[in-house]
Design a protein around this ligand. Structure first.
Ligand SMILES: Cc1cc2nc3c(=O)[nH]c(=O)nc-3n(C[C@H](O)[C@H](O)[C@H](O)COP(=O)(O)OP(=O)(O)OC[C@H]3O[C@@H](n4cnc5c(N)ncnc54)[C@H](O)[C@@H]3O)c2cc1C
Length: 498
């Protein structure tokens, strides 16, 4: 059986490797000269930057990929757990360094805010429960809307799960949950930020997403030795060892269907025959471009869903050394609700929360001696035709003034060279519709169940994976979605479906 995988991001590569392992003939089509998609790398002024993702959570997902394919991840890729997860600096100047242990983190938080260590421990226990429920219900399982909810779960577990359902937090927002657990606005802001890991607004996403702190604190938050792109290379090479054929610089223009089933793809004006296709590019792009001549009811509903946020990222090669900073640093704005309101209205925030990632704090060779590599990111709205030149100029000024006052310096004077990533560039380079990072936003009680399923309901032989579909965005979930899509291709092949 011949399978086309469209897109060589982490999701597509993970799916391809698994399918090839099962003996299928797999070709990955990647439009760019190199694979990786959002997980890319930049080198300027002697500095190395991870341009997209900077934090790997759920390293077990990577380990499982290698183990399932008969290899050991350790032989190809080194991961280092972080001792300090993040340095937070609030608008009032208070600083807090988070760490994996809930008790120790609670003590630090109690020292920096008016909340107690016990409240943090209680909250982290709740976060763990949410994670366990979500893992059972949907993270590791294919899902196709409410109808599939609970299918494949044993009756005993199903009964237990049904009783737990109200605890999954669909009925309240993440911000609402945090207000119930904590009283200090700074603690609430700190935990609200986890909604942005899915490009969502904490005031509009369900409390279910409060599982993310458990994922980051307890399931492992890692640095990838040598940079995130080493992960891409390791997964790419794993796929190649399984016999995957990789065709770079080849943009797929259409998924060819006949009588309701996939027959092939067209790329560079040529048609290639395939029995199945796994679209590992953005879900919106798949429906809008690759299936433009094949209307889908579900596709039309998916395309109406509001998008998750995008990002503006500056890559600054900096003169000087800044040991007061950690590897991951957050500088919070004074009014978080307003920030999300502005994003909702399609504007870059006037007072943005700023993320600074300095991988040189771990790998000294990522910047020359006496220099640092700052990946400076703020949330941005998806591209709806804003004047990005003006937005970049304004946002750059706002970031410089926030960092300047927080660190008591003039960062502009230290910038040796600058790189930039805007929402339109994200769309051009990765195919993500309007530059949104994670496909549809996880807003509303049912968003989790309404994400694009990994198997198409309209077209036989069509599958979806990657950060814009089930089970969600971010590197580990994109790779999990590759596993889920591959599993369904193989189930269908075994049952003679495609
Ligand atoms: C600035 C930024 C920061 C982030 N931070 C984090 C983080 O810290 N931690 C984390 O886990 N995640 C983070 N993410 C999200 C993470 O990068 C993504 O969720 C994940 O990498 C998505 O992988 P994917 O498989 O969906 O594909 P993508 O990375 O989106 O890749 C899709 C691939 O498909 C190719 N393609 C598209 N259309 C076609 C076509 N028609 N034909 C052929 N090829 C095509 C593209 O060129 C691309 O290579 C971040 C993302 C960005 C941009």
């Amino acid at each position: 059986m011949r399978v086309a995988v469209i897109g060589g991001g982490l999701g597509g590569l993970a799916a391809a490797a698994r399918l090839a392992r099962a003996g299928l003939e797999v070709t990955v089509f990647e439009q760019n000269p190199a694979v990786g998609g959002k997980a890319a790398e930049l080198r300027i002024a002697g500095c190395r930057f991870d341009t997209g993702p900077s934090l790997l959570t759920m390293p077990q997902v990577v380990d499982d990929l290698f183990t399932d394919l008969g290899e050991r991840r350790e032989a190809h890729l080194r991961l280092r757990p972080l001792d300090v997860l993040c340095r937070y600096q609030f608008a009032d100047g208070a600083v807090l360094r988070s760490c994996p242990d809930a008790g120790a983190f609670g003590d630090r938080l109690a020292a920096a805010t008016t909340d107690t260590a016990e409240a943090v421990v209680r909250y982290m226990a709740r976060s763990e429960t949410l994670y366990r429920l979500a893992a059972d219900f949907f993270l590791y399982r294919p899902i196709a809307g409410w109808a599939s909810f609970g299918s494949g779960i044993s009756p005993a577990k199903g009964l237990w799960a049904l009783r737990q359902l109200p605890r999954l937090g669909f009925g309240q927002t993440m911000h609402g949950l945090h207000r119930r657990h904590f009283r200090d606005p700074r603690t609430i802001q700190l935990f609200d930020r986890y909604a942005t890991y899915t490009g969502s607004d904490p005031h509009r996403c369900p409390a279910t997403l409060a599982l993310i702190p458990h994922v980051e604190h307890r399931l492992g938050a890692c640095l990838v030795e040598g940079g995130i792109y080493r992960l891409v290379e390791a997964v790419r090479d794993l796929a190649l060892r399984q016999g995957v054929r990789l065709q770079t610089k080849t943009r797929v223009e259409r998924i060819v269907t006949r009588n309701g089933r996939v027959r092939g793809v067209t790329a560079m004006g040529e048609t290639f025959d395939f029995d199945a296709a796994v679209s590992a590019t953005d879900m919106n792009t798949t429906y809008r471009k690759l299936l433009a001549d094949c209307p889908s009811g579900l596709g039309a509903r998916q395309m109406r869903r509001p998008l998750s946020s995008s990002a503006l990222v500056f890559y600054w090669a900096m003169r000087g050394e800044y040991p007061q900073l950690d590897i991951h640093n957050i500088f919070f704005s004074g009014d978080y609700r307003r920030e999300f309101e502005e994003l909702r209205q399609g504007a870059c925030p006037v007072d943005p929360t700023v993320y600074v990632y300095r991988s040189c704090g771990y790998v000294r060779s990522d910047a020359p001696v006496g220099h640092e590599n700052w990946h400076v990111m703020v949330n941005a709205p998806p591209d709806t035709g804003q004047d990005w030149r003006a937005e970049v100029e304004r946002t750059r000024g706002r970031i410089l003034s926030r960092l300047g006052s927080a660190l008591d310096m003039d960062p502009a004077l230290a910038i040796v060279e600058e790189g930039l990533l805007t929402p339109p560039q994200i769309e051009t380079r990765t195919g993500s519709h309007r530059g949104s990072l994670y496909g549809p936003a996880s807003h509303g009680a049912t968003a989790t169940f309404l994400r694009q399923p990994n198997r198409s309901r309209d077209i036989a032989g069509l599958y979806f994976c990657g950060g814009s579909v089930h089970p969600g965005g971010g590197m580990p979930l994109a790779m999990l979605s590759g596993a889920l899509a591959a599993r369904q291709v193989l189930e269908d092949a075994a049952g003679g479906r495609p």
